[in-house]
Design a protein around this ligand. Structure first.
Ligand code: TMP
Length: 221
């Protein structure tokens, strides 16, 4: 069986990625796009592996911002360690089996959050991402784009903000600019979805993008 596909959803916190990922997972088997028996696997970063569960707690528990703030480079390397484990034990083996992987965040989050948000050097981040992924890039990244105020209004219903969500508005604005820059620099890989639309309209937009992209993949063999 040929290599599977890695489809990633990205965006600032509160844009509705989780809902759309679940809908994509439910829709794909009915879409007629999959090969018979082709599996779908839904996953996320950080925290999808056993090692990743520890790393996620280190990264996101709010107390880490008060007790001993995590240095920016340490934060970068913890996200990278989570990704290296995820790629090695989950993503690569499943893609080799021909599965379709739907992933909530991947390398573009590191560029947007640690690069544009924290201000770490973008070349350094590219090197770290290359090490963590061993060259595995997404086949398609759907960037759900929404401004900070609306995204925050949505995420506030979820209770206590985690360490990253506690960051100031300027930080999240820079992260959004980071996603925009990634979209502009990678028009073949990153597609912008207007996440200010209502939830059903976003779902339809995503389905259309996936359908169109699948045709290209089928043509390319
Ligand atoms: P989430 O699971 O709610 O999306 O939370 C993950 C948080 O981690 C979110 O604020 C984005 C952040 N993050 C980074 O800063 N860098 C990364 O590489 C990844 C994957 C996530």
């Amino acid at each position: 069986m040929g290599r599977g596909k890695l489809i990633v959803l990205e965006g600032i916190d509160g844009v509705g990625k989780t809902t759309q990922l679940q809908r994509l997972q439910a829709w794909l088997p009915t879409s007629g796009l999959l090969r018979p028996g082709q599996g779908i696997y839904c996953t996320y970063e950080p925290g999808a592996t056993r090692l990743g569960q520890y790393l996620r707690r280190c990264l996101l528990e709010a107390k880490h911002s008060t007790q001993e703030p995590i240095a920016d480079r340490a934060e970068l390397l913890l996200y990278a360690a989570d990704r290296a484990q995820h790629v090695a034990v989950d993503l690569k083996p499943r893609l080799q089996q021909g599965e379709v992987i739907l992933c909530d965040r991947y390398t573009d989050s590191t560029v947007a959050y640690q690069g544009y948000g924290r201000g770490l050097d973008l070349d350094l981040i590219a090197q770290v991402n290359a090490i963590a992924t061993a060259g595995l890039t997404s086949d398609l990244t759907l960037w759900l784009d929404l401004d900070y105020d609306r995204a925050r209004a949505r995420s506030q219903h979820r209770g206590n903000p985690d360490r990253m969500e506690q960051a100031h508005r300027d930080f999240h604005d820079r992260v959004r600019q980071g996603f925009q820059a990634l979209w502009q620099a990678n028009p073949d890989r990153v597609v912008r979805i207007d996440a200010s639309a209502d939830v059903d309209a976003i779902t339809i937009a995503i389905q259309q993008v996936v359908r169109d992209r699948w045709q290209v993949w089928d043509q390319d063999g």
